[in-house]
Design a protein around this ligand. Structure first.
Ligand SMILES: [Zn+2]
Length: 259
């Protein structure tokens, strides 16, 4: 058994911060974080959450690593052809063997979302498609679990931390336009993945987060735009009308048709 002082040595630079301290580090050691998607956002989020010493990391991804991923998905170096959740685990074990990693080498679906999310304290949402964002929003709201959303296109990205109402559906009652080009610069994706890890760390140690706000950043101009989000009075999730997770609600339009 390693005593606390020698265990803290690795984290000393953040433990020296009064906002974190030994208490905050203990909270990190005892935390369970689920990262949904080990792509560009997930790579940065997983790396910095592991480095910060979260106790348990769950990693969900059904994809395999492709050559064209490595421009931004930097934790998968040398692992082309491997499942991304398994590849991410290898990276974490090298960076910080103290972190317990559970891999889920499949996609999150309406059938498994509540079970997966139910096991964790904080959810970091890094998928590559819109139905998954609505699915995780709804499951987290039902289970009262906080989650951190981000999405990036070219030089631009957005960030939102949901800790209860208002939710992702309040901000986006209609599905945003899907950006079919998939064009993105790796540095911007990494930047947003780091912001997601930071929000998760702040939630765990008890510092204020971006709750009720939405940030949009154009990293080519370094323009930061902040918006306050209001609860949408018609939001079926925040109104408590949605009681379960049904596949019918996560098709093309992501509209809730079954409650
Ligand atoms: Zn809502």
């Amino acid at each position: 058994m390693i005593d606390l002082n020698s265990r803290l040595e690795r984290y000393i630079r953040q433990v020296k911060m009064p906002e974190i301290g030994e208490n905050g580090q203990e909270k990190l050691f005892n935390s369970k974080v689920l990262v949904i998607g080990a792509g560009g956002l997930g790579s940065a989020a997983i790396a910095y959450l592991a480095a910060a010493g979260v106790g348990e990391l769950g990693i969900v991804d059904g994809d395999t690593v492709a050559e064209s991923n490595l421009q931004r998905q930097i934790i998968h170096a040398g692992n082309v052809g491997m499942n991304k959740a398994k590849s991410a685990k290898i990276f974490v074990e090298k960076l910080n063997p103290e972190v317990k990693v559970s891999t889920y080498p499949f996609n999150i679906t309406p059938d498994n979302a509540l079970d997966l999310i139910g096991e964790y304290d904080v959810i970091v949402l890094c998928p590559d498609n819109l139905p998954t964002r609505y699915l995780v929003n709804d499951a987290c709201m039902i289970l009262k679990k906080p989650f951190i959303h981000s999405a990036v296109y070219k030089f631009e990205g957005e960030l939102m931390t949901v800790t209860g109402s208002p939710c992702y559906r309040c901000m986006f009652p209609d599905v945003p336009e899907e950006l079919v080009e998939n064009a993105v610069i790796g540095t911007t994706v990494g930047f947003f993945g780091c912001l997601q890890a930071l929000e998760a760390i702040k939630l765990i140690v008890g510092l204020p987060v971006l709750s009720g706000k939405y940030i949009r950043i154009n990293t080519s101009k370094l323009d930061f735009l902040f918006f306050d989000i209001e609860k949408d009075q018609k939001c079926p999730v925040c109104n408590g009308k949605l009681r379960g997770i049904y596949p019918e609600n996560y098709t093309q339009s992501c509209k809730i048709i079954k409650f």
